[in-house]
Design a protein around this ligand. Structure first.
Ligand code: GLY
Ligand code: MN
Ligand code: MN
Length: 438
């Protein structure tokens, strides 16, 4: 993989520079300054929160552990990395940069955050970073036209980025296999999580997001991030939503498993899996993502009918909000340097947006699909007490089999999530390709 990255990186950097040049021209700036960022300090403490590098910084080069560093881009000049390597015997000091990308930068090594800022050019600067990245002498401004432009184009992944995202998928699926095995061995949520981390070879802070490891009813809590220490008896189902990182790029993968004797719940998983794969097949250039989301609601209505939960047409189930009670989140989102990547609503590179369809406030993407965008496809079907109670008060409650719903509540819910590349032709399912190799 290293050779491929070395071959592809120059083209990636050329693309990044081209976007930066245009963004600067648009905003009327001479230089782009990007802060890597600093770890936040805990209240009344001398300890820091885990450090997360700015996505703008890691777009340029694969450095995720160099807080206080800066990238300087001036159109026409070689980009500059101001690399902070503090004199410090308390912490591990970042190694001097090495690897396939270093020759593309002029590298200046500094010892303090203030020395880094002293190296920044003066003049009309677009300065991108968190407010907390600011050090005396520099004002972060995150100019909106520059941000809009850069975010819009970040959705189109370069071949270099796709290699890293396939790698993140490979690591994640390997770890998912280990997690499934731990579930089948009767491990607790914490035990499954530990099996996942061990197989991924990553610690929590390195993962692109906090893993969801939910046994039984916990699968109905969309962002369940507890880790119970004792396995339930019996463990009927596992919903695991966990990703991995590769040089700053994310994978985002969910699988739902049933215990060997959970016949009907397994059939429901199989129906959702078939629906999910047909939604993945719709990741085609020119399609608005919101169409896929609405189509997923109609398919869910079909699954709910076939499995005896509701007795109504798909149209009625969607229009009356029944499907939203079972599937109350969006079908997916753009993914890349961030697990929920930027510009999911972009209509163009000038900051105009495409509204969500009415009644779907949690959809994270309305953008029209184009080649080299990467999106997740993650339909769900959950038995959530709060939403079912609301449904029970509506007239449509007559056409719902409440006893059947009660029977499935102990399984929590189902989500199946893949990361999919839009191409000129059929989509590339990075997650399923990676599962097939692991
Ligand atoms: N794991 C976060 C998500 O699926 O969006
Ligand atoms: Mn996701
Ligand atoms: Mn996920």
């Amino acid at each position: 993989m290293h050779d491929r990255l070395a071959t592809l990186y120059p083209q990636h950097l050329a693309t990044v520079r081209e976007h930066a040049d245009k963004a600067l021209a648009l905003g009327g700036f001479d230089h782009l300054l990007i802060a890597a960022g600093m770890p936040g300090l805990k209240f009344l403490d001398d300890l820091h929160y885990p450090y997360a590098v700015s996505p703008h910084f890691k777009y340029w080069l694969p450095l995720t552990g160099a807080p206080g560093s800066w990238i300087v881009h001036t159109p026409g000049a070689k980009p500059k990395l101001i690399f902070l390597q503090p004199r410090d015997y308390w912490h591990v000091v970042p190694d001097a940069p090495s690897g396939y990308w270093v020759d593309s930068f002029d590298i200046v090594i500094v010892r303090t955050a203030e020395d880094a800022v002293a190296q920044l050019p003066q003049g009309r600067c677009a300065v991108i970073g968190e407010a907390t990245a600011g050090v005396a002498g520099i004002v972060i401004n995150n100019p909106q036209p520059v941000m809009d432009y850069l975010h819009y184009y970040r959705a189109y992944k370069t071949p270099y980025e796709l290699v890293l995202m396939r790698e993140a998928s490979r690591i994640g699926t390997r770890a998912h296999r280990a997690a499934e095995q731990a579930f089948r061995m009767g491990e607790s949520e914490l035990g499954i999580h530990q099996a996942y981390l061990a197989a991924a070879g990553q610690i929590d802070a390195e993962l692109p997001y906090a893993s969801i490891v939910a046994l039984n009813e916990h699968g109905a809590v969309l962002h369940y991030t507890e880790f119970t220490r004792t396995p339930p008896q019996p463990a009927r189902s596992l919903l695991i939503d966990a990703g991995a990182s590769a040089r700053g790029y994310a994978s985002d993968i969910t699988r739902t498993y049933a215990a060997a004797d959970a016949g009907e719940f397994q059939a429901l998983i199989d129906a959702m899996d078939a629906a999910q794969q047909s939604q993945v097949a719709m990741v085609r250039s020119g399609r608005p993502y919101a169409d896929l989301h609405l189509h997923a609601h109609h398919q869910l209505a079909g699954v709910l009918n076939e499995h005896g939960f509701i007795r109504m047409s798909a149209e009625a189930a969607v229009a009356s909000g029944v499907t939203r009670a079972f599937f109350p989140h969006g079908l997916g989102h753009s993914i890349g340097l961030q697990v929920h990547d930027v510009a999911g609503f972009a209509r163009n590179d000038r900051g105009d947006t495409i509204a969500r369809p009415d009644g779907h406030p949690f959809l994270r993407m309305t953008r029209t699909l184009e080649p080299n965008m990467v999106v997740t496809i993650e339909p769900g079907l959950y038995f959530i007490d709060m939403l079912l109670a609301e449904l029970r008060d509506k007239p449509v409650a007559r056409d719902i089999d409440w006893a059947r719903i009660e029977a499935f509540k102990p399984y929590g819910g189902i989500r199946i999530e893949d990361d999919v590349v839009c191409t000129d032709d059929a989509p590339e399912n990075m997650t399923r390709d990676a599962f097939a190799l692991n």
